[in-house]
Design a protein around this ligand. Sequence first.
Ligand SMILES: C[S@@+](CC[C@H](N)C(=O)[O-])C[C@H]1O[C@@H](n2cnc3c(N)ncnc32)[C@H](O)[C@@H]1O
Length: 178
Amino acid sequence: MTTFGHRQSLDYDRRATRLLTGLYRRISTDVDTLATAGATVVDLGTGPGKLLAHIATRRPDLTLHGLDLSPHMIDIARRNLAGHPADLTVGDVTDLPYPDASVDLIVSSLSMHEWPDLPAAFREIRRVLRPGATAALYDFRFARAREIRRAAGDIERETIRLPWHPVAVVTCYHLHTA
Ligand SMILES: C[S@@+](CC[C@H](N)C(=O)[O-])C[C@H]1O[C@@H](n2cnc3c(N)ncnc32)[C@H](O)[C@@H]1O
């Protein structure tokens, strides 16, 4: 597991703007389709909060939450989301600070491959999602794919082709609650 300290978080924030804008744009377009008006949306492993900033600009009606293990990342996310009413929390995906059945949509980008206990994370994801809700979890296509499928139970995979990359390097895992 990578721990994002102060300097590493600042470096990541700079690189993310340069390299990942296409991915954030793609995910926020998907969120636009998946989230109903006024929905509660959680970004797990939000890092510097860039994805949440894209979502907030596109869909100001949503109630947004971001969670990350690194307090340094959450500090940066607070700065990047200044002016957007997003709730940002330092926390672990295996112990989510949200009530049972309270979340309409969970997203995550390029974080899942770092989660040390995938079964515990998926138990928490299923606990906090409302019945009939969705998680759309984006990660590197070849990172822990088998482990993720085993831990998540019933999950669908979609390969994502980004405009800037000749090879599809990202997978979206779709999880739906009954
Ligand atoms: C590569 S960064 C991706 C950040 C952001 N989602 C993005 O796309 O720019 C991975 C993030 O996942 C966070 N992370 C790793 N393990 C975590 C865990 N168990 N709980 C919460 N966040 C975690 C890290 O602190 C880091 O900020």
